[in-house]
Design a protein around this ligand. Structure first.
Ligand code: P6P
Length: 334
């Protein structure tokens, strides 16, 4: 029985459309392999003693889980050897990871969050891997952080794996968004969600409401109007979801619409937001826009931002077009 379109077949067919070299296709397959290994590690969890804290902190000052380090190593080992990359960068590494001298270098840069939502791993709630592929600037042999600091519009590919009831891979190379479910009986991702599009309207919002007192006025206004439901200006009731895993929130929005908000707040005035631009906001923005949604800080389109720091944080308002437009309008009215 034919198993359907595998992700390998899909990527090769995309390559033909892009008239891309096999280099990109092979790189993407190495990332896919890493996500299969991470899916296995996340699935094994407590059985092999890899849950809990690693008793270390990342550059963000966040306590690292054992699986943060394990999954970061999986991404490095799966992608450092093949000769497609000039360097890598990760939420879990302060500096750029150079390709070891025993391996050839390639023309792409890979930046990733190896285990997004890892605070959920010990309570068995969905987590994921987010990645973004950029071109290495011409003539750069040994990329530095500076060479990664490219606008989101420069991304060649963005994707995430969601380790939930199913393991699902979502990909865009700029020609729409496609979802693949991991068939663990054959170890292949199979196309199950072709041409994913986000409904322009929604009655479902996502935000960590415990930060309510720290929000800026436009966000407060928007959320209060949602909470007022049919008794207020919106004239309809809203539902709320907060998983604390961006991958899970974005996948839900891709399947049924919604608006996800992690706005700038005054909880820590030194931070421009919680989410990181290079390996959370930009790849997710590429995917959301390719699916017909919007992704904005309230002041500017996220993919237009010229990064100034590898681990730069930004406010994120993304999802169903008409709701993001409303919230942006509230920012412009203030
Ligand atoms: P909070 C996970 O740590 C993450 O980066 C996103 O995946 C998620 O949306 C957000 O932070 C959760 O933040 O403050 O609710 O724990």
């Amino acid at each position: 029985m034919h198993i359907g379109t595998t992700i390998t077949q899909f990527i090769i067919e995309e390559q033909r459309k892009l008239t891309a070299t096999g280099d990109f296709t092979s790189l993407l397959n190495d990332v896919v392999t890493a996500c299969k290994v991470i899916s296995k590690d996340v699935d094994r969890g407590a059985l092999v003693g890899i849950l809990g804290s690693a008793e270390s902190e990342n550059i963000q000052g966040e306590t690292q889980k054992k699986l943060d380090l394990i999954t970061n190593d999986v991404m490095i080992k799966s992608n450092e050897w093949a000769g497609h990359l000039a360097a890598m960068a990760s939420e879990e590494m302060e500096d750029v990871y150079p390709i070891p001298p025993q391996y050839p270098k390639g023309k792409y840069l890979l930046v990733f969050d190896p285990l997004d939502g890892s605070s959920n791993i010990d309570v068995n709630i969905s987590v994921g891997t987010i990645f973004s592929i950029l071109r290495c600037p011409d003539g750069v042999e040994n990329p530095t952080a500076e060479d990664f600091l490219q606008e989101g519009t420069k991304q060649v590919c963005a994707g995430f794996a969601l380790y939930g009831p199913s393991t699902i891979m979502v990909l865009t190379t700029g020609n729409g968004v496609n979802g693949f479910t991991l068939d663990k009986t054959i170890g292949e991702f199979v196309l199950t969600h072709a041409n994913m599009t986000i409904p322009e309207d929604t009655s479902e919002f996502s935000i960590n409401t415990s930060n309510d007192r720290f929000w800026e006025a436009p966000v407060k206004r928007y959320v209060d109007e949602c909470l007022a439901g049919e008794t207020g200006v919106r004239g309809r009731n809203f539902n709320m979801r907060w998983v604390a895993s961006m991958v899970a929130e974005v996948y839900r929005i891709l399947t049924r619409g919604g608006i996800f908000m992690y706005p700038k707040d005054t909880k820590d005035p030194s931070k421009a937001g919680k989410l990181r631009l290079m390996y959370e906001a930009n790849p997710m923005s590429f995917i959301v826009e390719q699916a017909g949604g919007l992704s904005h800080t309230g002041v500017e389109r996220i993919m237009d931002i010229k990064p100034n720091e590898l681990h730069q944080r930004v406010p994120v308002l993304l999802g169903s077009k008409n709701e993001v437009e409303r919230l942006v309008a509230y920012h412009q009215e203030q």
